[in-house]
Design a protein around this ligand. Structure first.
Ligand code: SF4
Ligand code: SF4
Length: 562
């Protein structure tokens, strides 16, 4: 491979790489505003100016190709003087309103001003003023004063979202961005411009002014909005999720996520309608009870039925661990063969960028762990028909509001003699339930899910629950530290009395007098995965450490599974 020297260190590069790319790959990030690894090069911010020996002038590292034998200095006297000058220019008209700016704490301009600025300005004249608080679309606010005209947002819309909605107008120090006449910044991926804007010029209208970034913890997990499973971070303060941002994974979502995932997949975790503790139906309405009472009631109620009268419905919203324990309970404790889960698809949702028509995060995982009818068992439609015929009298359902998705099932579910539901929130389905167990939401638990590519990825908790405080799984949070996750298990704020579905099922089977798995072997979701990895071919040889924070492709025939 050809080589060049950057700051005295010889590094290899691939033909066609620019200096900034080659240096970054070797661990030397040259300061930049307008350059972004996934966008075309525009070369307008000039902060990546470097000195190259034998070249008469400084060059911008983002658009100068690396060449064999090139000797680059990124911190020579000339390069530093140029960088200081660029910073001084960029700050001339900047309002310097960091104390009231949402971007403070994660602002490239702020960081570079500390690292590469001279600390004072020679500019004493009146600054140019531009429009502030301009809604560019339903979810994004623009502050013209703060914009440094890097064009990242324009290039993102053109090149990644395929939706040219933004452009520059005017020239010189009056240049600003606008939407095209009659257009808004409202493509399904628009909010990524907030992440890539290097300053606080573009802000998320849903999040702005809710928290300072240093008051939140950023927790790695995966989006629940569709079967892509975009890698994300949940930002939490006082046990409340305040925003979601994408996390880079080149194999899954690059640097991006869609606005639906960003806005619509976390508020239910914070909502007031969370199921907080177990509930039993008494005199027609659901009443809160203790865990032991609920387990005893569920175990004794299930014993009233013949095994062929009980059916189980798993969930493409639940983790592999949750679905696996449901299957074990159905087949090995109850002895029923009637088990399946509901598929949720929206033909208007998918696109050629990230979004998939399967609007659940774990269809493939549910199939792989065997939440499908056992030999001679009924599938989902068969279960519904058999309830109507009075053959299935008891239904055990986890983590799926099937009634909201299929309102026509109301009369069917009302025919059940026993309906046990695990749910994170009260919803249409729980209104018909006899027993409701409070299921931990995805943001409150460890677990795994398999995306449409056949990639297994980890759920990692961001929100603390009462149960985590008591359990080994809570202590296991410290294991996440190596991924840089700052899970605050002593978080202030409301901790709900919820448990992961797999754990509820384990306790229920113990209450029914059956040790599904020796309790000592299953204190953490990781333990359930270890058991699965011995029994399920696709998971053989894997563990949470191997899956890591970016997931791993399973050795399965995806076309067959998808
Ligand atoms: S709004 Fe942000 S991303 Fe867009 S040109 Fe201005 S500084 Fe760059
Ligand atoms: S594409 Fe799917 S997984 Fe990715 S952010 Fe959107 S809804 Fe979430």
């Amino acid at each position: 491979m050809p080589k060049l020297v950057v700051d005295g260190k010889e590094i290899e590069f691939k033909q066609g790489q620019t200096i900034i790319e080659a240096a970054k790959e070797a661990g030397n990030t040259i300061p930049h505003f307008c350059w972004h690894p996934s966008l075309s090069v525009s070369g307008n911010c000039r902060v990546c100016l470097v000195e190259v020996e034998k070249m008469p002038k400084l060059v911008i590292a983002c658009s100068t190709l690396a060449a064999e034998g090139m000797i680059v200095h990124t911190a020579s006297e000339k390069a530093l003087a140029a960088r200081n000058a660029v910073m001084e220019f960029l700050l001339i008209n900047h309002p310097l309103d960091c104390p009231i700016c949402d971007e403070a704490g994660e602002c490239k301009l702020q960081d570079y001003a500390y690292a590469h600025g001279v600390g004072e300005s020679r500019f004493v004249e009146e600054k140019t003023h531009k429009d502030k608080r301009v809604p560019l679309g339903p979810n994004i606010m623009f502050d013209g004063d703060r914009c440094i005209s890097c064009s990242r947002c324009i290039r993102f819309c053109d090149e990644i979202a395929g939706a040219p909605e933004l452009t520059f107008v005017k020239r010189g120090d009056r240049v600003t961005i606008v939407t095209y006449p009659g257009r808004q910044l409202e493509n399904p991926y628009a909010m990524n411009v907030v992440d890539i804007c290097p300053v606080g010029a573009l802000t998320n209208r849903d999040f702005r002014f809710k928290a300072r970034v240093w008051d939140m913890s950023a927790n790695k997990t995966i989006c629940q909005g569709c079967s892509r499973g975009c890698n994300i971070e949940l930002w939490v303060r006082n046990n409340e999720i305040l925003r979601i941002t994408p996390r880079q994974n080149d194999e899954v979502n690059s640097y991006w996520m869609c606005d639906h995932g960003r806005l619509n997949t976390f508020k239910f975790v914070n909502a007031d309608d969370r199921v907080d503790g177990p509930y039993l139906r008494r005199e027609g309405s659901l009443a809160k009870v203790g865990w032991d009472e609920a387990f005893a009631a569920a175990a004794s109620e299930l014993k009233q039925f013949n095994k062929n009268e009980i059916a189980f419905i798993g969930s493409a919203f639940a983790s592999c661990e949750d679905n696996y324990m449901l299957r074990e309970f159905a087949l090995n404790v109850i002895g029923s063969r009637h088990i399946d889960f509901m598929r949720h698809s929206d033909s208007n949702f998918g696109d050629e960028i990230l979004r998939k028509n399967d609007i659940t995060p774990n269809t493939m995982g549910a199939e792989l762990v065997g939440v499908t009818p056992a030999a001679g068992g009924l599938n989902f439609d068969g279960i519904i028909n058999s309830i109507n015929e009075g053959k299935i009298k008891a239904l055990y359902l986890i983590e799926d509001d099937i009634l909201s998705a299929n309102p026509e099932l109301e009369n069917t579910l009302a025919k059940l003699n026993l309906f046990i539901v695990h749910s994170s929130n009260f919803n249409k389905t729980t209104t018909l339930a006899d027993i409701v167990f409070p299921a931990a939401a995805y943001a409150e638990k460890n677990g795994t899910m398999v995306n449409f590519q056949g990639r297994i990825q980890r759920l990692m908790p961001a929100v603390a629950t009462l149960e985590q405080d008591r359990s080994l799984d809570g202590m296991a949070m410290s294991r996440l530290d190596k991924f840089g996750t700052r899970f605050d298990r002593w978080a202030k704020g409301n901790k709900r009395d919820v448990r992961p579905t797999w754990k509820i099922i384990l306790s229920l089977s113990a209450a029914a007098g059956y040790k599904l798995i020796r309790q000592a072997q299953a204190n953490m979701a990781e333990d359930i995965f270890e058991i699965m990895s011995k029994k399920i071919d696709a998971f053989k040889g894997l563990d949470y450490d191997k899956i890591g924070e970016k997931g791993i492709m399973l050795k399965i025939d995806v076309a067959e599974k998808a």
